[in-house]
Design a protein around this ligand. Structure first.
Ligand code: DAH
Length: 362
């Protein structure tokens, strides 16, 4: 009888060598499949035992089973070794040196317009105003008609409106809102008085020069209540402006003006001095225009289903970017929207310096 253990010993040697030289878990897996998989060499030997004579089986069985056990053990121990090495390599590559110094300079920052919006929201919130919002794409009714702009009136042209393509079915032309005042209308239509809201947001006009950009930001205010009068308007706005510029009070004047949605209407100016090449508030003989305001026109109240004999109110609107420029000495409006990281590094604010009335505003 030939020595039937010889081919087994050779097979074992080959397998153990292949396992020994494997350098990845995938290579170990390939040896496992070649030996112990469905059509593997050892699997073939195990299957062949069924057809052996009892004597041959008694002799070869323990050898084949022994071979299987030793190869399985070698596979398992090689896999464990490679797993451990892989983990070590990963831990090494993911190591963080906590003793490294922090990055020296932040790259991004909060844009001054957003910082100022947050400041304004914080101040008005303290005075009991809630924040309201509306869409950037408006319809003619909310942007103009309900705000008492007469049809075909040049006041509509005054706003240099961006019109969208007419709707093919209705012919309706939506607009990019030219001011935040439509949020007044939306609020009055959806809430019942008393109302006290501010509406910060983006606005759009076909206009571009050193002091105008096609997109800019406004904040709108609206107060509707019983027996509201100009005195409330004046005190609210003077308090706001003084706190915003961190002054004890403001020397303000309310200059008559015209807006279709308010009657009477005014612009609020603050005394200022520009003679030294920089802006000083509350001093000098100059006036700085800050915002538009007035008593809500009875037609606007009626358009929104509010009885003007029962309810009155005041409204105001101002440019947020402009207020940011005034407060933080930004000289030119256009770079505010050029997304230049160097500009932001200079004029931006830390995200950790979120304004709130307790910790101060700037
Ligand atoms: N909507 C005006 C504009 O964009 C600003 C404004 C003026 C808003 C007076 C008001 C207001 O609410 O009362 O020019």
């Amino acid at each position: 009888m030939p020595d039937s253990s010889a081919p087994l010993a050779i097979l074992e040697l080959e397998l153990i060598n292949a396992i020994g030289s494997a350098t990845t878990v995938a290579e170990v897996q390939a040896v496992r499949v070649a030996a112990l998989g469905k059509t593997g060499t050892i699997s073939g030997l195990l299957k062949g035992m069924g057809a052996m004579s009892p004597d041959a089986r008694r002799e070869q069985g323990p050898m084949i089973n022994g071979l299987r056990d030793r190869v399985s053990a070698a596979l398992a121990s090689k896999k464990a070794e490679l797993d451990a090495a892989e983990l070590d390599a990963r831990l090494l590559s993911e190591r963080i040196d906590l003793t490294l110094p922090a990055r020296p300079r932040r790259k991004g920052g909060v844009h001054p317009t957003m910082q100022v919006m947050d400041e304004m929201i914080a101040l008005f919130a303290e005075m009991g105003f809630a924040v309201a919002e509306g869409p950037d794409i408006e319809d003619d009714f909310h942007n103009f008609t309900a705000l008492n702009f007469p049809p075909k009136h040049p006041a509509r042209e005054m706003h240099d409106t961006f019109f969208l393509k007419p709707d093919p079915e209705t012919g309706e032309r939506k607009v990019l809102r030219t001011h935040t005042s439509p949020v007044q209308v939306r609020t009055m239509l959806s809430q019942t008085p008393p109302i006290r809201i501010i509406a910060p947001g983006r606005t759009f006009r076909k206009d571009s020069d050193a002091t105008h950009t096609p997109m800019f930001h406004q904040i709108e205010g609206l107060v509707i209540g019983k027996d509201i009068h100009m005195g409330h308007l004046k005190t609210t706005l003077e308090t706001f402006v003084a706190r915003f510029f961190e002054l004890d009070g403001v020397d303000a004047r309310f200059r008559p003006h015209h807006f279709p949605f308010t009657e009477p209407s005014a612009e609020m100016d603050i005394r200022c001095d520009r003679s030294g090449g920089k802006l000083v508030l509350n001093e000098g003989d100059d006036w700085l225009e800050i915002l538009g305001c007035g008593m809500v026109h009875p037609n606007v109240l009626r358009s929104c289903g509010i009885d003007p004999d029962e309810w009155q109110g005041f409204a105001f609107g101002m440019g947020v970017d402009r207020m940011a420029m005034l407060k933080y000495g930004v000289p030119d409006l256009r770079p505010m929207f050029e997304a230049d990281i160097r500009w932001l590094a200079h004029y931006g604010f830390s995200a950790f310096a979120a304004p709130n009335p307790a910790s101060g505003l700037s």
